[in-house]
Design a protein around this ligand. Sequence first.
Ligand SMILES: C[S@@+](CC[C@H](N)C(=O)[O-])C[C@H]1O[C@@H](n2cnc3c(N)ncnc32)[C@H](O)[C@@H]1O
Length: 315
Amino acid sequence: MIAATDTPMASRLVNGVLSIKPLANLAKHQARSMMIKRAESMGVYWRQEVATLRSRGGDAAFSHEWEADLERITNTEVIYPDYYRRSFHAYEQGNLSWDAAMEVEVAAHAVHARLWPKAGRNGDAMLRQSYHTVLQQQLSRPPHTILDIGCSVGMSTFALQAMYPDAQITGVDLSPYFLAIAQYRCQQFHPSSPHSPTWRHAPAEATGLPDACCDLVSAHLIFHELPQVAAIGVLQEARRLLRSGGYLAIMDMNPRSEVYATMPPYILTLLKSTEPYLDDYFAFDLEQAIYEAGFDRPTVTCNSPRHRTVVARTR
Ligand SMILES: C[S@@+](CC[C@H](N)C(=O)[O-])C[C@H]1O[C@@H](n2cnc3c(N)ncnc32)[C@H](O)[C@@H]1O
């Protein structure tokens, strides 16, 4: 558990507020307004960027082309696990909504803006770069085929593609809303690239892809969103998908970081109210689970003040 063992007054108060729906909604509204204001003060023009995306740069509030794209990318055979249907990141419908999808990019820029002093809007790119630096150091050769699991709107996928321009990359995600945006961004930014990523609507624990089809499975910021049973399923699926000598790389929050150890418990409580599996993630022995899924013992590298990169080769 990440919460302090005693439950200080402020935490109890926050928990009490969050258990009363109208108060919880008010708290969410306030937290959201504060986050948007703070983002905009750091050069992340939240409202403007989201409006441009919703309308695809046009005048309409919401472009109807999104609905057609959603239909095209949706795999109607996907069955959403119960854990995925929960409210996430203060969105009532979790990751299965346009609101969540339209705000992923600005939220990532805002959340990572304070990772390093003066990082600001570049914090997100710096975090991805710090992960790639670890990959460069630890992978014995550049991967030809990569699977980006939990690819969301493609930020991690495009970053990997820039790093390995000749690689064939597939982004897998359970939210067709996010994938619709990934596909749109791909057409917008990389229309004629010979190696554009492809997108697959599927659970990371059952991708439907063939055995031994890739050299690197990359999981950037997905594991903290998984209950432990699902996390184990994803590790087993990654092992099945990797060729002999292939790598699994996981970049996510570092439960051992000072930042979490010294975080005031009421802030942690607020954080957990938007991240339902954070306790599961912090209590999970990821290194042992990776080993048990059929990998060598992983290396763990701190790549930001509060993130770690875990890399393991198939055993
Ligand atoms: C915090 S986002 C990370 C996004 C992206 N990799 C990045 O670095 O910006 C986590 C993503 O994992 C996806 N996800 C969560 N559980 C999943 C599962 N079981 N299968 C596939 N995707 C999942 C969510 O839909 C979401 O897009």
